[in-house]
Design a protein around this ligand. Structure first.
Ligand code: MIG
Length: 841
């Protein structure tokens, strides 16, 4: 029997029991094609080890089974055939199966996982299902008023779920929308959208995954379908959400969030399916400077020299499309970049890395060896009639590798040998939605936004054994290009970690590349928009994300650039980039006063790099991203559900940048349950409070969680200087807590063979309440195998110099320095073997 627990009291199937399909269509006024047919009642049930297979009245078949005890997979195919798991490209491996106990009783079927998660399936008059957690609480239920329906002719379909009024939805990858996507309508169709306005949809990336939040409890849903799909999250009708696609299979995963129903568990389970971002090379976490374009090799070298002369830390310079010869990929302009190897080695000598842009379009030019090679190898996409597909992009008429073919990926991957041999360090895949220019006869990119700005929908893809149209594989194309790049680099340089940046992507893109949010604009609105965009991308499984600092599409004011740099300094991917008509935008471009502030901002990044790096390593293990929206860490604090102008770096740093012009102060909310200490002056604030902070132009409001320990270092000019720079462990006093530091070579894969060191710090508190009771710090610092030495500790959050400090039981007076203005106590460690430190205020 179906046991109803939902508050609304609506029973599954109540409407559909009363209404036939025709009446349902009439009453709901469904606007969609009249050819949409409900899947119908369950006619036949076959019990499987992980669940059931059902035959439905419409001829459709369903497979419902557990992937793990906390992850359910639902598949419905109108053609009664199921696609292989690999066909959407999202999954990193075929999902496992977990045991289900199946019970049939009258009109209902119950599936129960080993952890007690239950699925109740109603067999007639319409198939529908509801999922309950082990505690019996409803997670998600089909909406019987809108049964799952297919259009057998067109292949389109949709399904719907009931929605409670206050349920919020986060994730959905890269969307130019507010933080929670409740009451939004979204389309998944990778699109080249320069100058996108806030609210514009679709976007460059499509990640059909979300995490729901309702009364502190989460669950997640991933719609595994690469066709053009859509989500209506209660926009049309607040009491339900719907999603559907133009083709393929209804295939989705529901993540319960485990017994705690936590968003972290949802994300960790989602990334177990779609993969986790691999640890980037350390240098890719440094500051990166780009422009479309630095036009000559001399200009590139001048920029490099200026960074070093002005002592503004930086690790990477970018070469945009003008470094090429007539925009032919993997070539160099013989006039302006006549000696690329010399230029690259001069950059390397100054501690810089270089990233070059690589577009998918390959100039159709008989004189171009790469074109001929691709044509002869048969790796280019074809039109429906079998001819080689051509479209115009920067180089003129181009052919496009079919990245859904292993052979084409392999062919493309090998092309990276040439730039690697010259000394290029990383690669930037642009235009890979793919975006193309207007039809023949136009030399300028089409500026209209829309799905027509790509390849014909009936163009053919190999689909790695599942041949299909561009309509089917469009959303996977960019990610498969990034994959070709990543896998090519892995093969060509097995001792190095690939650095690939991609504009387009689909669920699982994190396996191959970092992602930036495309052609944003130099406006305050866009600055503010960058935070919900990046934090939602992060909790969509993509950890390495950033927005062009200053806004790509033109010239920001000095103030906007400076504030943007502050807002971005603790985002995972940190790059200034601008278009071809904007004013120079190096950190010194706005005069000495701003230069000093911008330098200090970038220096903050470098001070915290060891911490950021540790967070990336943790992401590889857990799927938890470095950048997190507040609600993700504090799902039970309803005050933070919609906060999008603050974010967390890891669990311990709270960043509250100024996002408005002329503002010299801002409000900061501290989530409940923790106390927070001002990074700059050491003052303590209790969770649950909303306070105003001064934020002059040179101040990024930044707070550290009491109890946290994070590694910091002295400012370095680039990551190459880190090995000889000692670490300081910065410890925020005032609560029990812990911290972890990961150290390795910063490059290569030795860390997977145990070549790393993990430091652990544990803070224990004495009995008296408040910040002033004694603190004991337990340090676990394994023997040093050549990593950055731990030279000091810095305690933050003390009101005065401590009465007593003991190192391993011995009172210390030397090597101590208290700074009253920052409330920081600096302690030089006598050696790395220190195990315990005790502080009495
Ligand atoms: O049609 O390569 O988003 O970052 O500078 C524009 C030139 C092509 C778009 C990218 C932008 C890049 C630009 N590209």
């Amino acid at each position: 029997m179906l046991k109803r627990k939902e508050k609304s009291g609506m029973t599954l199937g109540r409407f559909s029991a009363a209404l036939g399909l025709g009446a349902w269509l009439f009453l709901t006024g469904m606007p969609a094609s009249a050819a949409l047919r409900s899947v119908g009642a369950v006619l036949q049930v076959k019990t499987l080890e992980d669940g059931v297979e059902l035959r439905l009245r419409s001829g459709a078949r369903a497979k419902i089974g557990f992937v793990t005890p906390e992850v359910l997979r639902v598949r419905i195919s109108s053609t009664a055939r199921f696609e292989p798991d690999a066909s959407s490209y999202a999954l990193s491996a075929p999902p496992p199966r977990a045991q289900a106990k199946v019970q049939q009783q009258g009109n209902s079927l119950e599936l129960r996982s080993s952890s007690g998660v239950r699925v109740l399936i109603r067999k007639s008059p319409e198939f529908s299902l509801a999922i309950y957690d082990a505690a019996g609480r409803l997670i998600s239920a089909d909406d019987p008023a809108r049964p799952t329906a297919f259009d057998a002719q067109e292949g389109a379909f949709e399904t719907s779920k009931r929605r409670e009024a206050y349920e919020l939805y986060y994730g959905f990858g890269e969307k130019a929308l507010p933080l929670s996507r409740h009451q939004q309508h979204m389309v998944m169709w990778n699109a080249d959208v320069p100058d996108y306005a806030p609210g514009h949809d679709p976007s460059y990336q499509s990640i059909p995954f979300f995490i729901a939040l309702n009364e502190g409890r989460s669950h997640g849903l991933f719609f595994n379908n690469s066709w053009r799909s859509w989500f209506d999250m209660g926009k049309t009708e607040p009491q339900r959400y719907r999603f559907g696609s133009a083709g393929g299979e209804l295939d989705y995963f529901v993540f319960t969030g485990g017994p705690e129903r936590s968003p972290a568990r949802v994300l960790s389970d989602y990334t177990a399916l779609t993969g986790r971002g691999a640890l980037p090379p350390l240098w890719a976490l440094g500051y990166q400077q780009s422009r479309w374009s630095y036009k000559t090799q001399d200009e590139v070298l001048r920029i490099a020299r200026e960074f070093r002369q002005r002592q503004i830390p930086a690790d990477v310079l970018y070469l945009d499309i003008d470094h090429m010869d007539g925009f032919r990929v993997f070539t160099w302009n013989p006039q302006t970049f006549a000696q690329p190897a010399e230029m690259l080695s001069a950059l390397h000598q100054q501690g810089f890395r270089a990233v070059t842009i690589v577009d998918p379009g390959i100039k159709q030019d008989e004189g171009f060896a790469i074109y001929r090679s691709g044509r002869d190898a048969g790796v280019f996409m074809r039109n429906a009639d079998g001819s080689e597909l051509h479209a115009k992009v920067w180089p003129g008429v181009c052919a496009f590798p079919d990245f859904t073919s292993a052979q084409a990926r392999d062919w493309f991957g090998r092309l990276y040998a040439a730039p690697l041999d010259l000394g290029v360090d990383g690669f930037w895949n642009d235009m890979n939605e793919p975006g193309v220019f207007a039809a023949d006869g136009f030399d300028k990119p089409a500026i209209e936004l829309g799905p027509q700005k790509t390849l014909p929908l009936d163009a053919r893809h190999a689909g790695d054994g599942q041949p299909g149209s561009h309509a089917r594989y469009h959303n996977a194309y960019g990610m498969q290009m990034a994959r070709a790049s990543f896998e090519g680099l892995r093969q060509l340089r097995p001792e190095k970690r690939p650095m690939v940046l991609t504009r387009a992507g689909f669920a699982g893109v994190q396996r191959y590349a970092a992602v930036w949010t495309g052609d944003n604009s130099p406006t305050w609105t866009h600055l503010a928009l960058s935070l919900p965009m990046l934090s939602n991308l992060s909790i969509s499984g993509v950890p390495f994300v950033g927005a062009d600092v200053g806004g790509f599409m033109g010239s920001p004011s000095a103030e906007l650039y400076t504030r943007w740099l502050q807002a971005a300094v603790l985002t995972p991917y940190f790059r200034t980039h601008s278009n071809d008509v904007s004013a120079p935008r190096e950190p010194w471009a706005f005069g000495p006063e701003f230069e000093a502030i911008n330098r200090a901002t970038i220096e903050l990044r470098y001070r915290l790099l060891p911490h950021l790096y540790s967070l990336f390593e943790a992401n590889e293990r857990s799927g938890l991203p470095p950048m997190r929206p507040l609600w993700f860490a504090y799902p039970h604090d309803t005050q933070v559900s919609l906060i999008e102008d603050q974010f967390l770096l890891g669990a311990d740093l709270l960043v509250a940048p100024v996002l408005q012009e002329g503002k010299l102060q801002r409000q900061v909310y501290f989530p409940k349950g923790d106390a927070w200490i001002d990074w700059w002056d050491g003052r303590r604030y209790e969770g649950g409070s909303l306070l105003t902070f001064k934020a002059p132009l040179n101040r990024l409001p930044l707070f550290i969680r009491a109890g946290a320990s994070v590694p910091t270092q002295a400012v370095v000019q680039h990551t190459g200087d880190m090995p000889r720079t000692p670490l300081t462990l910065t410890v925020a006093l005032g609560a029990a807590g812990s911290g972890e530091v990961f150290q390795d070579a910063g490059e290569g894969y030795g860390y997977r063979q145990g070549q790393f060191r993990r430091l652990a710090i544990r803070q224990e508190r004495g009995s008296a309440a408040g910040a002033q009771s004694w603190t004991r710090l337990q340090l676990d610092i394994p023997a040093n195998a050549g990593f950055q030495r731990v030279a000091a500790l810095e305690f933050i959050g003390l009101e005065a110099a401590p009465a007593e400090l003991l190192i391993d039981g011995h009172a210390v007076s030397e090597g101590l320095r208290f700074d009253a203005s920052t409330r920081r106590l600096h302690l030089t460690l006598p050696h790395e073997g220190v195990k315990q430190i005790q502080i009495r205020p």
